[in-house]
Design a protein around this ligand. Structure first.
Ligand code: SF4
Length: 331
């Protein structure tokens, strides 16, 4: 009897999004420009490998701003910070580089605007997630967290005619829509955000996984356990037909037993995962007979964000100084 054809369906898009790329490059450029150490508040992006690589280059990750020595440089992570964190950094005379993803900043602005109009803001998100803490900090008196559909009965508002929902950028689209449906049952006048809060990268990676999940026995998602969008990809895969699904940081975390009876493996990665880690998993799978790889492309991405303003200004000044020195040397 011939063996069934073993193959890998590789999801696209996968891996780095524009916000993660910008945040990681911001720390790298800051290290080049100012020299080590550069402090980073929280993990710059939720990926173990990225954090370890930057640590080796001289980044120091801290939990709170008050752990940064006075006058030092600190980068705020892609997940964003509350205004109180900016205030504390100013009090400590820190030089700050804000690597908050512009798509998170957009949600902050929405929160500020609806709070100014005295709306009750129902922020759908995961309790304790850094992004949610940062967004809620923009208008604590107006925002309450709704942590999924089962949390809806706990919501109380002052005026059911002035209620809006916003969300964390990295949630499951389907689960969020279910939360909104239940909220709207309770508050029919509930307003939608002006545009999607769940970002393009989260949505695209989920759509790609939905496309291949029904065709695979096992979905491997490369990503860290604290990465919300990566964890969601495993859930989405299983909900949409993958028989099994696991999250791994590295290829050597894959358990060979997961491959028992598996013909088709799905593979993707979260928005904070460098492609080299996916390549390692492909090699690992090829060594076990899964050498045939079909990439399934469900969308093209071309979005790029410019570096944080403070950093661009300093890079430009450094370049100008270098050019002036070069001109002096010639005269
Ligand atoms: S996942 Fe979305 S919101 Fe988060 S950094 Fe990437 S683009 Fe920005």
């Amino acid at each position: 009897m011939t063996e069934p054809r073993k193959r890998v369906l590789l999801a696209a898009p996968r891996g780095y999004c524009a916000g993660v790329d910008r945040a990681v490059v911001a720390v790298e450029k800051a290290l080049d420009l100012y020299g080590a150490p550069v402090y980073v508040r929280k993990q710059i992006v939720h990926n173990k490998h990225v954090v370890m690589t930057l640590e080796k280059r001289g980044a120091i990750f801290v939990d709170e701003t008050d752990e940064v020595p006075e006058g030092a440089t600190v980068v705020f992570s892609a997940h964003g910070v509350a205004p109180s964190v900016h205030e504390e950094a100013a009090r400590l005379s820190l030089k700050t580089i804000d690597a908050t993803c512009p798509l998170v900043t957009k949600v902050h602005h929405e929160a500020v605007r609806f709070a100014a109009d005295d709306f009750d803001i129902l922020l759908i998100g995961h309790e304790g997630h850094e992004e949610v803490v940062g967004t809620a900090g923009e208008a604590p008196a107006h925002i309450q967290l709704v942590d999924g559909p089962d949390d809806v009965p706990n919501v109380n508002v002052r005026d059911p005619e002035r209620v809006v929902w916003l969300s964390q950028t990295t949630l499951s689209v389907d689960e969020t829509m279910e939360t909104v449906r239940r909220l709207r049952e309770r508050f029919p006048a509930l307003q939608d955000p002006p545009s999607d809060d769940i970002c393009y990268a989260t949505q695209n990676r989920q759509v790609a996984v939905k496309q291949i999940a029904p065709q695979v026995d096992l979905m491997i998602v490369v990503g860290s356990t604290n990465s919300s969008n990566s964890v969601r990809l495993v859930e989405v895969a299983i909900e949409h037909g993958s028989k099994d699904g696991h999250l791994v940081d590295y290829a050597d975390e894959i358990d060979e037993a997961w491959l028992d009876g598996v013909t088709s493996v799905g593979l993707t990665s979260g928005a904070s995962v460098p492609e080299v880690l996916v390549r390692d998993v492909l090699l690992w799978l090829a060594e076990r007979g899964y050498g045939e790889v079909d990439e399934v492309v469900s969308a093209q991405e071309s979005l790029l964000f410019s570096l944080p303003r403070e950093l661009r200004r300093d890079l430009k000044a450094a370049e100008a100084a270098k050019a002036a020195k070069g001109a002096d040397a010639l005269t």
